[in-house]
Design a protein around this ligand. Sequence first.
Ligand code: AMP
Ligand code: MG
Length: 339
Amino acid sequence: MKKFFAVLFSFLMILSLNGCGKVQLGLTSHTDVAMGTVINLKIYSTDNKNYAEEVMGLLRELEEKELSVRAGSSEAAYVNANAGSDAVPVSAQFGELIGRCLEVGDRSDGALDVTLGNVVKLWNIDSLAGGEAVDFQLPDESALESALASCGNDKIGLSEERDQISLRADTALDLGAVGKGIALDRVRAYLQEQDGITGAVISVGGSVLTYGSKPDGTDWKVGITDPFDTGKVLGYLTLAGTHCISTSGDYERYVEKDGVRYHHIIDPHTGYPARSGLSSVTILSEDGFLSDALSTACFVLGSERGLTLATEYGCEALFVTTEGELLMTEGFRQLFGSK
Ligand code: AMP
Ligand code: MG
């Protein structure tokens, strides 16, 4: 009898180690399009809920209610429509976002400039990129000059309480440089509110959020695109826990004319696509907004000044020069490898 109980006990022990101790996780896996880019979701949870609809709803709402300069219903479009008038009221989160953009704009010496709307429109690269560039014309010099005169942090007024914004007449916001990063911050806040979610990896265009842990306990791997062969990766970041990774590159959206590549990252000092000797910049941070804002700003600044700015903000960075050289912070190097 004793022997029987001993065998039963060890059998139960094995069962509990193999079965009950290991919680079977549900997986939401979803690919979609929103915010003008491809969205990929992988969410692990202890329940069998499909989280795709709620996350996609959140991203679409962010675009339609806050960021899009095309959707008439967004706060950005509302501020643009009222350029030259009295200040208009904005939500706390939108005011906070603009405040943070202005701060990075100042600290980057104007390299990040969310008032570039008119210049971005003149280049029209976002809508031409990827297709045959038959319609592409270089912007008229004088049109570019006057569009550039409408840009700069000094053309925005943000009230001290960050609840009202005014724009100088003819100035237009464009939040394309920070939208994907803000999206990651909002998704992370949503994931944190869900008791059942244990881990996730979310990609919004060139920006990736890793959250929590993987079911098998191993670290997250995030590939960094090779700017010279976008079907390949330069290497992988190995990350435990929650991080945001944003890349800005001259390969993401561009058109080519007469052998010259015109890409979508504009140098606010010239009005032309930035020629800073870089092909891509990747920023790693716990803050999605910062990773996205700084990847754009550092691309414009070039590797030397970009490195200083990223370090000042406590972020890790990788710069890929147009010569194919890889420059990175020590922290980035420690997390970066070929596997
Ligand atoms: P990203 O891919 O994050 O580097 O953002 C590029 C997008 O931001 C472009 O498609 C434009 O809409 C906008 N943009 C381009 N250059 C700048 C800049 N220097 N500062 C702020 N926004 C920019
Ligand atoms: Mg960016």
